[in-house]
Write a protein that binds this ligand. Structure first.
Ligand code: C2O
Ligand code: CU
Length: 464
């Protein structure tokens, strides 16, 4: 695959070995003996990972692991996680998608200085079971910290899960861009404009591994798009996917027969995969998706993410999935409305074109409040993408439901209720969401292409 135009020489993708068995993901060990308390430490520090035979690649990682260790808790649990910052720059841990108070959410106002520690404490309400993630969110530095390896999965398990009997996988997909020496390539100007895309998409830190499918013939996959900017248009040719969950947990009913599913940066999805009659070696791929990149970019190619080996499947018939999974309540009658507009503007600076990424016409300012809400108020937000590229909108602190969408003035169906914290907007698209904030404090909302967030496509909501 050719490297992005104008960037430094990149590692030949053939040099990174592929095809090892998908390994079990390291888990964050609970150090507490108290029931209902999850207590642990995450150390953010440089880590050398042996990816290439020519020598280790230096990442920035949590507890030396790539991706960060998987956190698994149960709804209702108290969580106490200490971040130790052994980097040479400030960092935070943001609990992406989780309903935690603003002061515990690791936003840019609460950076932890190099050499310092900070303990995050929160209680996970019953009803928030789902697949979340954690990643840094310091002012201007989040994109680099994430592309250097800092991100991990955070599963909140339900006390009663209608799909608990099905063997489960966590697949954290993260983009990797290596320079010719096998080290993390810094972002170039195209990356800062379009968002970074490297020559690899790792699964749980492995390059194109092989997933040996369960003999039982059915698996539940939780999939994370932990990429800075790469969209995943997931397809498993020869099989269809059954969507059972989104960012904030299960759907009301399984959505069977999907030929593909678009997972934007920051989003998660849960699928049921059935082997059916197949016993072959299949490929999970990301098909080409045109998100409107600007400038002289290299043509896109489909990307192989992993292989699925169905050869050990012995089951011939599978029971039907439950028809009802959970109830997604309506949030109630809206009492306030908000409007958010994403746009881009091109200007000249020192003889160079500079792209600005704007929310309601302005770049992010830490010292400015852009919108105000009242805790507990049901609100409808209308988000409009007037930019030329797709931008995934993310709101901190809560999950929302999509009410309606329109592309260039034409309505697009919203086929099922679902919990989201991130929703993609194509150029010319408008999405209406219903949402509630639960605590007073400051919340971010932004484009989850992390380079755009750094370039100013972020606003602040003050909840009173
Ligand atoms: Cu996943 Cu404000 O971030
Ligand atoms: Cu964006």
């Amino acid at each position: 695959m050719p490297g992005p135009v104008g960037s430094a020489a990149l590692l030949d993708p053939a040099l990174l070995s592929a095809g090892a068995d998908l390994a079990a993901m390291p888990k964050l060990i609970n150090e507490s003996r108290q029931a209902g308390l999850f207590k642990a430490t995450l150390i953010a520090a440089p880590a050398r990972v042996p990816l290439l035979s020519t020598g280790p690649t230096e990442f920035w990682a949590y507890n030396g692991s790539l991706p960060g260790p998987l956190i698994e808790v149960t709804e209702g649990d108290n969580v106490e996680i200490t971040l130790v910052n052994q980097l040479t720059q400030p960092t935070t841990i943001h609990w992406h998608g989780l309903p935690v108070p603003p002061g515990q959410d690791g936003n840019p106002h609460d950076a932890v200085a190099p050499g310092q520690s900070h303990t995050y404490r929160f209680t996970l309400p019953v009803g928030c079971a789902g697949s979340y993630w954690y990643h840094p969110h310091p002012h201007l530095l989040a994109a680099e910290q994430v592309y250097r390896g800092m991100a991990g999965g955070f599963i909140v398990r339900a006390r009663q899960d209608p799909l608990a009997q099905i063997p489960e996988r966590s697949l954290i997909l993260s983009d990797l861009k290596l320079d010719a020496r096998g080290q993390i390539a810094p972002n170039d100007s195209d990356d800062w404009m379009n968002g970074r895309e490297g020559q690899f998409v790792l699964t749980n830190g492995q390059n194109r591994p092989v997933l040996r499918f369960s003999p039982q013939g059915r698996e539940r996959w939780r999939v994370w798009n932990a990429n800075s900017a790469r969209y995943l248009r997931l397809q498993l040719p020869g099989s269809t996917l059954t969507l059972v969950g989104t960012d904030g947990g299960l759907l009301e009913k399984p959505q069977a027969g999907l030929e593909e599913y678009l997972l934007a940066p920051g989003q998660r999805a849960e699928f049921i995969v059935d082997a059916g009659q197949r016993r072959d070696l299949a490929k999970l791929v990301s098909a080409v998706y045109d998100r409107g990149k600007m400038g002289d970019v290299a043509p896109e190619h489909p990307i192989a993410i992993l292989s699925v080996d169905f050869s050990a499947v012995s089951a011939s018939a599978l029971p039907p999935l439950p028809d009802k999974l959970v109830v997604i309540p309506d949030l109630g009658k809206p009492v306030a409305h908000k409007r958010v507009v994403f746009s881009e503007s091109m200007s000249m600076r020192n003889g160079q074109h500079e792209m600005k990424f704007l929310v309601n016409g302005r770049q992010y300012d830490m010292n400015r409040i852009d919108l105000k809400s009242r805790a507990g108020d049901v609100e409808v937000w209308e988000i409009a993408n007037q930019a030329d590229m797709d931008h995934p909108f993310h709101l901190h602190g809560t999950q929302f439901q999509v009410l309606s969408r329109e592309l260039d003035g034409e309505a697009i169906a919203v086929p099922y209720k679902a919990w989201h914290d991130t929703v993609n907007l194509k150029s010319g698209e408008t999405v209406r969401i219903k949402t509630v904030q639960h605590w007073p404090g400051i919340r971010m909302f932004h484009c989850h292409i992390l380079e755009h967030e750094a370039a100013g496509m972020m606003g602040q909501l003050k909840v009173i």
